[in-house]
Design a protein. Structure first.
Length: 464
């Protein structure tokens, strides 16, 4: 598939043998994406996503780049959208990243990888770019898990470890089951075991596992899917490698908890694709759209597809009919609309009070809170809070204590409060840009900030 002219062009930059393998693999990613994209995942087009192939100790080969190449990359004659940088980050990992501000899949290449491995890994990392671009407010898809929880995961709990091992065995049996009825029965067994283990594990870690399956698990599912599609093509040059990689996922389910040299996060690289393939067998591709458009996890999608929730659904519908859910919903809609209006009026009233209105914003960092009064904290709308009497804010060398109502906008990273009459507010700006603001209602310190005044509005922009 790689022409002699292209090989000659590659010799001028990146190492020809490795680069030829990469280009061959990416040509197959493009071919499968153009002809079978929805068979991998609906709306996912890995052939449109830039990929940076990092060849350790040699450089980085950039493909599918549109427009002017990023700084440090040189064009490769005969390879449209391709560039070569004779440098490679030693700490680079395969991941979804950014190059010159553009979302890019990054794949670390080594000599032992065949074409099939590169096709799969490219698809996996490109899916992370797709996930991030598809993220919607209020949806789990694309959100990712809190990876810091691997530091507290109970790896020394035999009950949890045995439960996880049992889940792997059930999923392996389901993958090998020959009938849909048997797969459905095993799916229900898996869910019963998983939910029992999650009750003991606790909500935070249970959520971590499900989000890891949505994040890495589904990316690995696309790897398995694209290799299955590639393996069906007679001219695919690494059909044996594709079969071997798919088979390794089944082996991994049997040994889910056995390799103590690996992080527990890698377990979801095995359970995620297994759950996806089981959903394919029970429901077809419809579950994928549901995951993107509804706030459900792979585990919850399996519960629906397997009928695991049928009794619960029947009882809920019975209750909704008996107690007229439509009437209750109309009342709730009216109540929520009234609450929104009331909260906005509260904010308007607080900020309309006479005196200096202090606005604090931060630049290049997160505006943290050192202290709140939960009894006097109200939600105004998503991302906006009203602290009705007291708040302590902090962000590195910035500290502020408010003894007055404060409106916090977490989206804009800002605080707004009326901090007293003009005569009671003292603003001191030091020669090094340090700022102090004092009044009976606020005490603020910042090492670096810009201060400006527009009428009654005093704005402090905290610098990074």
């Amino acid at each position: 598939m790689v022409s002699a002219a292209l090989l000659l062009a590659l010799i001028q930059g990146p190492p020809p043998e490795t680069s030829a393998k990469i280009v061959t693999a990416h040509q197959w990613v493009e071919r499968l994406s153009r002809t079978m994209a929805d068979s991998i995942w609906p709306g996912f087009r890995p052939d449109t996503i830039p990929v940076a192939y990092v060849i350790r100790g040699q450089g980085t080969l950039l493909l599918v780049w549109r427009g002017e190449l990023p700084s440090g990359f040189l064009p490769i004659t005969g390879l449209a959208g391709g560039g070569w940088a004779a440098s490679a980050d030693r700490g680079a990992a395969s991941t979804g990243t950014e190059v010159a501000g553009r979302p890019t899949a990054q794949v670390v290449v080594n000599d032992s990888q065949g074409v099939a491995a590169l096709v799969g890994l490219t698809t996996h990392e490109a899916f992370h770019v797709f996930e991030a671009a598809s993220r919607k407010e209020g949806r789990r898809f694309g959100r990712g898990e809190n990876s810091f929880l691997v530091t507290t995961y109970p790896v020394f709990d035999p009950q949890n470890e045995a439960g996880m091992a049992l889940e792997g065995r059930i999923l392996a049996a389901a993958e090998q089951a020959e009938t849909r009825a048997r797969k459905r029965a095993l799916a229900r067994q898996f869910l019963a075991v998983r939910e029992s283990r999650h009750r003991a594990l606790g909500g935070e870690l249970a959520d971590f596992e499900q989000l890891a399956e949505l994040n890495e698990g589904l990316a690995e599912y696309t790897l398995v899917r694209v290799l299955a599609l590639a393996g069906r093509q007679r001219d695919f040059p690494d059909r044996a490698g594709a079969a071997r990689l798919q088979s390794s996922k089944l082996t991994g389910l049997h040994k889910l908890t056995e390799d103590v040299t690996l992080s527990i996060r890698l377990r979801y690289y095995a359970t995620g694709p297994a759950l996806g393939l089981l959903l394919d067998a029970l429901e077809g591709p419809a579950w994928k759209a549901r995951l993107m458009n509804q706030n459900v996890t792979v585990q919850e999608a399996l519960a629906e597809a397997s009928g695991y929730r049928d009794q619960e659904l029947g009882l809920r519908r019975q209750a909704e009919s008996t107690f007229v859910i439509a009437t209750l919903r109309r009342s709730a809609d009216s109540g929520v609309a009234g609450l929104r209006a009331y909260r906005r009026a509260q904010v308007d009233s607080v900020l309309a009070a006479p005196g200096v209105q202090l606005v604090v914003t931060v630049e290049g960092r997160y505006l943290g809170l050192c202290g709140i009064d939960p009894q006097n904290l109200l939600q105004v709308e998503p991302g906006v809070l009203l602290h009705t009497r007291w708040l302590q804010a902090c962000a590195g060398d910035f500290q502020a204590t408010f003894n007055t109502p404060v409106v916090q906008d977490r989206n804009a990273q800002s605080l707004r409060a009326v901090v007293g009459a003009d005569s009671t507010v003292t603003v001191t700006v030091g020669a090094q840009g340090d700022v102090r603001i004092e009044s009976p209602l606020v005490s603020l310190r910042a090492a670096k900030a810009d201060v400006s005044r527009d009428g009654r509005v005093l704005t402090v922009k905290i610098k990074s």
